[in-house]
Ligand binder design. Structure first.
Ligand code: HEC
Ligand code: HEC
Length: 421
């Protein structure tokens, strides 16, 4: 993103530091160690897959984050229709594509870095991590209470269902072991917030476990010298780090401590992705979407606008979305299984995404083109033109062969390599 002026940045940072001192005081002291606890991870796994934690029952976290597609949207018909998922209530849709829930616990808390905002969860960063100490833990409380997702009325109802689940003894045991609470289900009657925080931290612990953050792709095995990349994949890697500039935002090299690359630097950018005209959110009733067909996804700008300390920076963050990890980006149960890309699912293949990076600023607007063919002789207009990144993409001058190589490289990022037949 564009650099905010240094003075403004320092001012904002001191506001941020002041506000986070207050938040730190109420934060459970050891969120990071907690997420590494195997017993808490095992509890979180049961909660993640529990389809009883919705109203009506039938929807779990896994309904929109399936392992077979790299923990993103697993429903073929929905992916073909728009990529935007239906909540527990029939006919109610949210507004964005489910990103992968994998590697999300590794995002730092939302903060202002030297070149703009970094960290947080959700496309727009609104799960900051300031509440529970990790963005994925803050995130995990959202879907249960979201009327367009699991649709439970309040924290107390989530806790009541967990306290009636077949794993309730496990829940009580974890609350006792890590928080010293004798009977969390009895205690939650007066104040469900603590129990709801434990539910969220358990889910984040599962998301932090090797079951989800697997680091088991072909590329990981290549980095440790166990397999070779094909010539096309290798060429793709070179382009990814060179002419394509992809690694500028999706880093591909291990960290100084040898930690494997995450393929995101957790920063925010507006790439100018177009609206997805198939997004069912445009047709939702006013109670869900007051702006109707005119709704614009303002991304990080909207998140900042709602924060007193940062509202004045919202304008230059309009249209920015968090760089997603590219791990598991191609993982799918069969080669012809549709996955969609971008925060709103507008692109129906990886080729199309790379084509867009390649020729966004070369081809004319489809609205002004006779016989428009998206990606072939035109592109639809960006959803938000302000703040659009024109330095690192838009006219990459990649050949067809080079586009293919980039896609072939991205296919080496699928976990559980080699795939079981
Ligand atoms: C109805 C579908 C649906 C359900 C159910 C659902 N999610 Fe999501 N999830 C989404 C969508 C859509 C987003 C992106 C929303 C946004 O950015 O505004 C998302 C975002 C996320 C992210 C953010 C990843 C990142 O890198 O920022 C995580 C983590 C996640 N979900 C975990 C969960 C958990 C845990 C549950 C269960 C408590 C859950 N989801 C239930 C659709 C769903
Ligand atoms: C300036 C930073 C930046 C650069 C450079 C960049 N990306 Fe991205 N990438 C992003 C952001 C931000 C998004 C999300 C944009 C959105 O949805 O609005 C994204 C999204 C994607 C997606 C879709 C992910 C998903 O989960 O839907 C793919 C695939 C992708 N990038 C591949 C690439 C490739 C390949 C290159 C190099 C040709 C590249 N990116 C270069 C920032 C960048």
């Amino acid at each position: 993103m564009k650099k905010p002026s240094i003075l403004l940045a320092i001012f904002a940072f001191s506001l941020f530091a002041a506000s986070s001192v207050g938040l730190l005081a109420s934060e459970p002291p050891n969120a990071v160690q907690l997420l590494a606890r195997k017993d808490l991870q095992a509890l979180g796994q049961k909660i993640f897959f529990d389809e009883n934690l919705s109203r009506p029952a039938g929807q779990s976290c896994a309904s929109c984050h399936g392992v077979q597609v790299g923990w993103s949207g697993p429903d073929l018909l929905i992916n073909q229709a728009s990529g935007i998922y239906e909540g527990a209530t029939k006919g109610r849709f949210s507004n964005r594509k489910p990103p992968s829930s994998a590697y999300a616990t590794l995002s730092p808390k939302l903060h202002l870095g030297e070149e703009g905002f970094v960290g947080g969860n959700f496309w727009d960063g609104r799960a900051t991590g300031w509440m529970l100490g990790n963005p994925a833990a803050d995130q995990a409380q959202g879907p249960f209470l979201n009327p367009v997702e699991q649709n439970l009325p309040d924290a107390a109802s989530v806790v009541a269902k967990v306290c009636a689940a077949e794993y309730k003894a496990d829940f009580k045991a974890q609350a006792k072991a890590h928080w010293g609470i004798a009977d969390i289900c009895a205690a939650s009657g007066k104040n469900p917030d603590m129990a709801f925080a434990i539910v969220a931290l358990a889910i984040a612990a599962f998301e932090h476990s090797p079951a989800m953050n697997a680091f088991s792709s072909k590329y990981d095995r290549f980095l440790t010298g166990k397999v070779r990349l094909s010539p096309l994949e290798k060429k793709g890697l070179e382009l990814f780090e060179g002419k394509g500039k992809c690694a500028d935002c999706h880093p591909s090299r291990p960290g100084p401590d040898g930690s494997p690359p995450l393929f995101t630097d957790f920063t925010y950018d507006n790439l100018g992705f177009p609206k997805n005209p198939k997004n069912p959110f445009y047709r939702m009733p006013k109670s869900i979407n007051p702006e109707g067909g005119d709704w614009i996804d303002r991304g990080l700008g909207n998140t900042l606008a709602l924060m007193p300390a940062f509202a004045w920076m919202a304008e230059e963050a309009m249209g920015l979305h968090r760089v997603p990890t590219l791990r598991n980006i191609d993982l799918r149960p069969r080669p012809d299984f549709t996955k969609v890309y971008g925060h709103n699912g507008v692109f129906e293949s990886l080729e199309l995404v790379v084509d867009y990076y390649n020729t966004r600023d070369v081809l004319p607007d489809c609205a002004k083109t006779k016989k428009p063919k998206t990606g072939i002789n035109c592109w639809p207009a960006p959803e938000i033109r302000a703040n659009m990144n024109t330095e690192e993409l838009g006219d990459l001058k990649l050949t067809r062969e080079e586009v293919k190589a980039l896609v072939s490289f991205m296919k080496t990022l699928s976990d559980n390599y080699p795939p079981k037949k």
